[in-house]
Design a protein around this ligand. Structure first.
Ligand code: TXA
Ligand code: MG
Length: 329
């Protein structure tokens, strides 16, 4: 099948791997969100990820591997201190494949093109069965950020990717693998394992409590300027204004206020099921734009489990909508 712009949309693993080997980009499904992938060891292909996404060069990429064992195959610095190596091993064994990214001291296969010259590399083993098939056949590392324009809403379907990036892909070189809807719906948890105690830099389906229990040790609060760009105050933003409320009552008050001034508003309350809230989050944000709303008013879920991640993305989407005072406390 082909998109309107002629980019091939496929479910063929070998066709996808072939494009990646020849230096093209492949949109691949993962259980969190869709990724825009390139061979992590071809700097020219990696550079195209940045240009297609309009992504600033100081935002490094996550390298996706097929199995936890591959980590020691040139991606992790073999001289990593034992206390870190032990925690990395515990997390890799327990959480991979799955929605956890570890920043680890980089080995020789992690190129500057991927890490932006940092001493760490982000690594993840995704659980999505098609991502697994592609990675196993590719037999290397795939650098992949979320497949959206920089600062915009992450995609959880191949159709989301085509709507956002379709015109920027090269039909002669690139390909889109359609693996259905991403099951988790929000990006992976990012934990920095290059420092002790480790720091959670981005919330995701694996909670900080889970991580602390698995490493059986402390976690530090991320201090100072953030080291993961997903931590930018404004991100994940649709075109319409996003306003967050702490209760249905506050949401209703806000909605009435905005409707009075003639705005098209919608209230979204998925607090009853936070796993579903994560699954639907980016579709909900896109639907607000598709329906031409002026404002989407969202009730924040409780700060528990994946609720942390949903709150984080919504608060950043609200900051991105250019209304600094729209947080209702
Ligand atoms: O779930 C996910 O993590 C998805 C799927 C495709 O795997 N990927 C994803 O990638 O969300 P991206 O690039 O959109 O977000 C990764 C974040 C970025 O903010 C990037 O700057 C940060 O992780 N990051 C990656 N490597 C890093 C490193 N070595 N040091 C600091 N931050 C890093
Ligand atoms: Mg992203």
């Amino acid at each position: 099948m082909q998109s309107a712009r002629g980019v091939t949309i496929t479910t063929d693993v070998e066709a996808t791997v072939e494009r990646l080997r020849s230096g093209g980009l492949a949109v691949i499904p993962t259980e969190t969100v869709y990724g825009l992938a390139a061979d992590a060891e071809q700097p020219g292909a990696v550079a195209r990820i940045f240009s297609v996404k309009s992504r600033p060069p100081d935002h490094p990429l996550i390298v996706h591997l097929a199995t936890p064992e591959t980590l020691s195959d040139g991606w992790l610095d073999p001289s990593t201190p034992a206390i870190l190596a032990h925690a990395i091993e515990r997390l890799a064994t327990t959480c991979w494949p799955g929605p956890l990214t570890m920043l680890v001291p980089r080995g020789p296969r992690a190129l500057d093109a991927v890490t932006g010259g940092r001493s760490t590399v982000g690594i993840r083993v995704p659980a999505h069965p098609d991502a697994q098939r592609i990675l196993n056949s590719f037999d290397g590392g795939l650098a992949a950020p979320s497949a959206n324009r920089f600062g915009r809403v992450s995609p959880t379907t191949a159709q989301h990717v085509l709507a956002d990036l379709g015109v920027l892909l090269d039909p002669g070189r690139d390909i889109v693998f359609d693996g259905g809807r991403s099951e988790v719906g929000v990006e992976s948890t990012i934990v920095d394992l290059s420092v002790w105690p480790p720091q959670v830099l981005r919330d995701g389906a694996v909670s900080a409590d889970d991580i602390a229990a698995i490493i059986d040790g402390p976690l530090d609060d991320p201090g100072g300027p953030s080291r993961a760009s997903g931590m930018l105050a404004s991100h994940y933003a649709p075109r319409c204004a996003v306003l967050v409320a702490d209760s249905p009552h506050q949401a209703a008050t806000l909605a009435a206020h905005h409707a009075e001034s003639g705005e098209r508003v919608r209230v979204l309350d998925r607090t009853a099921d936070v796993v579903l809230a994560a699954f639907e989050l980016y579709s909900d944000l896109r639907a607000a734009d598709d329906d031409d709303l002026d404002a989407l008013i969202v009730v924040l879920p409780a700060a528990r489990g994946i609720g942390h991640a949903v709150r984080d993305r919504l608060i950043k989407a609200a900051a991105g909508s250019g209304r600094p005072t729209n947080r209702v406390d």
